[in-house]
Design a protein around this ligand. Structure first.
Ligand code: JFB
Length: 282
């Protein structure tokens, strides 16, 4: 896969030289090209931003610079591949569609991705309007919090996509086991993991994991995954395919909900208790 990244901070992407992504690049599985956006400016100050129309705080990235940069990078990539290929353009923004494991799997199928991480208040909206007519263009967000720019989001996405490329993970670990991968453990968080020694500072490894009983171990792991998901991400359990739950799963869920109800009623009978607003009738 070819990945182009245009940014005013290409040095931000040094982490992609390291570890799994570094190995993928050495092996030629991941071909990353970094570009300095300011190379496409024409003024002595290498200006990439200007004040927003309509007023307001902050600055907006100028469309002409991005246009020249994206055109040039597309031309370069086409010359390199000797074809008429076009990249998928990905623009991180807090107002984008959520980047999920599903999107990562989709991007991992692409031969060529072009990331356009911005700074300031973002890029003049006409840039996405223009390339939206010429390329498959996505405005994506990596989560509901506010970053200072798109670079960290690109690092996240390149790592999530890169590890899915054939040959990047060893056979030892399959992407099929991931929390958000489709299949057996779909929509379940991964449960706890342990290694040697069997007792550390008085904390014991759950006995079932030492039993060598593969069936019981698989069942225990699923139960733990289900309990953890109920505790931390109940909305994921609500989404679980009803048919994907067996009788044992339903028992684990019932027991968890009983515990929750016990705790709720114990809290309600303590002095000073105030119901949450959603539990009070209007
Ligand atoms: C992405 C960015 C900014 C406008 C701009 C460019 N999940 C996410 N949070 N924040 C970003 C993101 C993603 N993906 C993000 C690109 C840019 C933030 N900024 C700063 C902050 C607030 N409003 C500029």
């Amino acid at each position: 896969m070819r990945v182009d990244i245009i940014s005013i901070f290409p040095e931000y992407f040094a982490p992609l030289d390291v570890s799994l992504m570094g190995k993928a690049r050495e092996r030629g599985i991941l071909d990353i090209h970094l570009h300095q956006l300011r190379d496409w400016t024409h003024d002595v100050h290498k200006t990439v931003d200007d004040t927003p129309y309509g007023g307001g705080p902050g600055m907006v990235m100028k469309p002409e610079v991005w246009g020249e940069a994206v055109d040039a990078v597309i031309e370069d990539g086409r010359a390199a591949s000797g074809g008429d290929a076009l990249p998928r353009l990905i623009v991180p923004t807090p107002s984008g569609r959520p980047f999920t494991q599903e999107v990562a799997l989709e991007y991992a199928e692409e031969p060529w991705l072009l990331f356009a991480p911005a700074r300031y208040e973002g890029i003049d909206s006409r840039v996405v309007a223009e390339y939206g007519e010429r390329l498959r263009t996505d405005e994506v967000s990596i989560g509901d919090y506010v970053l200072a720019g798109g670079e960290a989001a690109v690092l996240v996405m390149v790592e999530a996509v890169g590890r899915l490329l054939p040959g990047v993970l060893g056979n030892a670990r399959s992407v099929a086991d991931d929390s958000f991968a489709p299949g057996d453990m779909a929509n379940l968080l991964e449960g706890p993991v342990y290694t040697k020694p069997p007792v550390w500072r008085g904390h014991e490894v759950p006995e079932v994991l030492l039993s060598g009983h593969h069936g019981r171990i698989a069942r225990w792991r699923r139960d733990e995954a289900l309990r953890r998901t109920l505790d931390r991400r109940p909305e994921l359990v609500a989404r679980l395919d009803r048919d994907g739950l067996d009788k044992h799963d339903r028992r684990v869920i019932e027991e968890f909900e009983e515990r929750l109800e016990e705790r709720r009623s114990a809290a309600a009978s303590r002095p000073g208790f105030r119901a949450a607003p959603e539990d009070v009738a209007d």
